[in-house]
Design a protein around this ligand. Structure first.
Ligand SMILES: *Cc1c(COP(=O)(O)O)cnc(C)c1O
Length: 360
């Protein structure tokens, strides 16, 4: 079969086993998934109400292509122009659209690693060249190393902020300083999937920079702080001229009405998000103190997960799994990514980790 060569070379994405199956295999009653940075507190109770009240008789009709109501809410919150926003089926789809619009075979994109793997995956599919620049020792982005790697072929530079998996946060001023040194033809893409969890700096977001620099894009999702991972809603904010071009590749009815309804209800309940953020920040501090006490190396996190190092990463992950806690392995040898769970689970996890090291 004559499919694109690159597709034949790609290794398929292997999703996690369904929890139900994993539970049965391990003979466990319950597994708490702390490997996907989902929101353990769920979503706003207003979402359930809105979804159940959704007009089922509209099932045979296509959704509002422009997601007008949701768009207006986002516009209002960040003082944007409605034409600046493009919605996607999760932020994942936004990453696909951006790769499709900006990358031609042979173009280059820069990523600061370790980071979210989707950026490189879609660049590969577009037959672009991925240049990886290592983060600094403390997990922060090495902006000067990124600048040194820009060539005439560099189309995209991905900045994940806070970064997945390191959890580290870059300030608005450091990103602005960086954008000012990047050629105008090179797009700087700021993935703010976890920005709501930042408590160290306010405002944390680079959203305002989209009004000043035509080559910056800021991306958001409803999957994390808003707790709507199953509904698949994300968006990107561009300068108005660029957004118009990206709209051309968006599938016209990508975000379903139920998903729009859920996102609207979640977005209107900022109080719920604030509570989630506060609880997460408290638990995050406790984890950092715990890792410090145990002498384990970790990156300072401003997200809803912590990335930490131990030579016994595989054994520890296995021990936690046997107790019903699933962590993310395989992102870097000897490192584990742990999504911050509910307080009662965090206490248990810390006890299991402490006992694990006490036995060695
Ligand atoms: C989870 C995540 C996304 C994807 O979010 P969806 O909206 O669920 O597709 C994007 N970027 C990063 C860094 C993420 O961790």
């Amino acid at each position: 079969m004559n499919m694109k060569k690159i597709i034949q070379e790609l290794s398929p994405y292997i999703p996690e086993k369904p929890l139900q199956q994993l539970q049965e295999e391990l003979g466990l009653e319950k597994i708490v998934r702390l490997s996907a940075n989902e929101n353990p507190y769920g979503t706003s109770p207003k979402v359930k109400e809105a979804v159940l009240n959704w007009n089922y008789d509209l099932s045979n009709r296509y959704p509002d292509s422009s997601a007008q109501e949701l768009r207006n809410l986002v516009v209002e919150k960040f003082s944007l122009d409605p034409s600046q926003i493009v919605f996607g089926v999760g932020l994942d789809e936004v990453i696909v659209m951006l790769s499709r619009v900006f990358l031609q075979p042979g173009d280059e994109e820069l990523v600061s690693v370790p980071t979210f793997s989707e950026y490189a995956l879609h660049a590969e599919i577009e037959e672009a060249i991925i240049k990886k620049v290592a983060t600094k020792e403390n997990g922060q982005i090495d902006f000067s190393a990124l600048l040194k790697n820009i060539t005439a072929k560099t189309k995209l530079i991905w900045l994940c902020n806070p970064n997945n998996p390191t959890g580290t946060y870059e300030t608005v001023s450091s990103i602005e300083k960086f954008v000012q040194q990047v050629p105008k033809e090179t797009m700087v893409l700021v993935d703010e999937a976890y920005i709501d969890f930042v408590t160290e700096k306010t405002p944390a977001t680079t959203m305002d920079l989209t009004k000043k620099y035509p080559n910056i894009v800021v991306m958001r999702t409803f999957s994390k702080a808003y707790g709507l991972a199953n509904f698949r809603v994300g968006y990107a904010v561009f300068s108005s001229q660029v957004a118009g071009e990206v709209q051309k590749v968006r599938l016209p009815y990508n975000v379903s009405s139920i998903a729009q309804t859920a996102a609207i209800a979640a977005f209107k309940d900022q109080n719920f998000v604030e509570q989630v953020v506060a609880k997460n920040a408290l638990e995050r501090t406790k984890y950092e103190q715990f890792f410090q006490r145990l002498g384990l190396n970790f990156y300072h996190s401003q997200a809803n997960f912590i990335f930490f190092e131990t030579e016994l990463a595989q054994d520890l992950a296995q021990t936690l799994l046997k107790s019903g806690y699933l962590l993310r392995t395989g992102l870097r040898p000897n490192w584990l990514r742990l999504s911050i769970g509910m307080p009662e689970d965090n206490i248990k996890i810390q006890q299991i980790i402490e006992d694990f090291f006490a036995k060695i």
